[in-house]
Design a protein around this ligand. Structure first.
Ligand code: GMT
Length: 374
């Protein structure tokens, strides 16, 4: 099939998922066309079946706001016609689903019918979508999609609860490439981070409010009073300066490393003992799944779809949002119990197999086939 993928090209989970999906589809012989405003971060190097089309927004002094959605729709039309696309798969409802609707109508006038598949990733529904200024367009463009998918049962339910959706929403979970994350730890790297054999705790996100970065530092602060530990903070975003200040005030700068945005997250996870994800909400929690695939137990909240992937007491622990003391207590107990830690590491890696790329990508292909055949 010739598949057009529209996504945010950034480090966010939706862009990562969309890019990994495109790469997997290309490997299976499909022609994949990414349509984004920047080269997706997980798309480096040359792939025979992958094409990248940049959405170029002309800057006229006339416009206070560059008309991104219009340019995106026009690029979708251009790519669909010139590369004989069979379908458009858009990730994140805003503004991709509405731009796809526009592109679909233009293509129809030109005699080409193209199905649009919209994947809902989370904040497009739970944070941004519910906003009254977006809701009518979000509801309309989701309903106009030929197929809708959500990344967890929880997100599916939330979407039905807050929007008047008249169609089925298929749940297709986030996935992980087990081969990539199943890495042996680099001992020299581990030694450089934890020279005295401290436990290594890792957090990775885009440091937005929803991730509760302050809780990450507070939980770590309490854990390292009981267990010698280091914290690796992977990623970047608006709450990073505050987090660094919090570490300075708590005297933690020696034990916490802010690594910024990292491409080789699997190398970092391979040397980690525990992954912390105290989010206010996660529709799924892709970073937790990547940790589990690397054999790292996850200490997360029980918010949103996290309960669908992190099995309490088996692959890690679930806690209430904001329960810093509770998280610190179970975190230190786990890190101080060698055999339990080993058992959880194994269970996390085993559980991640359920979300292997080889199992999930065929679910998208089956949906594509259904839409194209209609
Ligand atoms: O978590 C983020 O801030 C990034 C966000 C995004 O939209 O790119 O991630 C969302 O989509 C991921 C992929 O489907 C999910 O694994 C994340 O849980 C979800 N984030 C939230 O719901 C907060």
């Amino acid at each position: 099939m010739n598949i057009g993928i529209v996504c945010y090209p950034t480090f966010g989970g939706s862009g990562v998922m969309a890019t990994e999906l495109g790469k997997a589809l290309a490997e299976k012989g499909h022609m994949v066309h990414f349509i984004t405003y920047q080269q997706p971060v997980r798309l480096s190097g040359f792939y025979t079946n992958i094409f990248y089309h940049e959405v170029r927004i002309p800057h006229y002094p006339l416009f206070d706001y560059p008309p991104y959605e219009t340019t995106l729709a026009s690029t979708m039309v251009d790519v669909a016609l010139n590369h004989q696309l069979d379908l458009l798969h858009v990730h994140y409802a805003i503004p991709h689903a509405s731009a796809a609707y526009m592109a679909k109508q233009i293509l129809r006038k030109k005699g080409k019918n193209i199905p649009v598949i919209t994947t809902l990733h989370g904040t497009d529904i739970t944070l941004v979508g519910k906003d009254k200024t977006f809701e009518p367009v979000v509801t309309f463009s989701i309903n106009e999609s030929d197929a809708i998918t959500a990344v967890s049962n929880h997100l599916q339910k939330e979407t039905f609860k807050y929007f008047n959706i008249e169609k089925e929403i298929h749940v297709i979970y986030n996935f992980v490439d087990i081969q990539r994350f199943n890495k042996k730890p680099l001992e020299a790297f581990r030694k450089a981070i934890a020279p005295n054999d401290e436990k290594i705790i890792t957090h990775a996100s885009n440091f937005r409010k929803v991730k509760r970065i302050k809780d990450v530092i507070d939980v770590f602060h309490l854990i390292q009073q009981k267990i010698p530990a280091k914290l690796l903070m992977v990623g970047d975003g608006p709450d990073r300066p505050e987090a660094e200040e919090q570490c300075r005030l708590l005297g933690l700068m020696e034990s916490v490393r802010f690594l910024g945005k990292q491409q080789e997250i699997e190398e970092i996870l391979a040397i980690s003992d525990l992954f912390l994800l105290p989010s206010e909400y996660e529709s799924f929690g892709l970073s937790a799944l990547e940790a589990m695939a690397s054999g790292v137990p996850v200490l997360s909240t029980n918010a949103g779809g996290l309960t669908e992937i992190n099995r309490d007491g088996i692959t890690g622990y679930l806690a209430n949002v904001g329960d810093v003391n509770g998280m610190a207590k179970i975190g230190s107990e786990l890190l101080g119990n060698k055999s339990l830690l080993l058992q959880m590491k194994t269970a996390a890696a085993e559980h991640a197999l359920q979300f292997d790329i080889e199992k999930i990508v065929p679910e998208y292909e089956a949906l594509y086939r259904q839409c194209v055949a209609k």
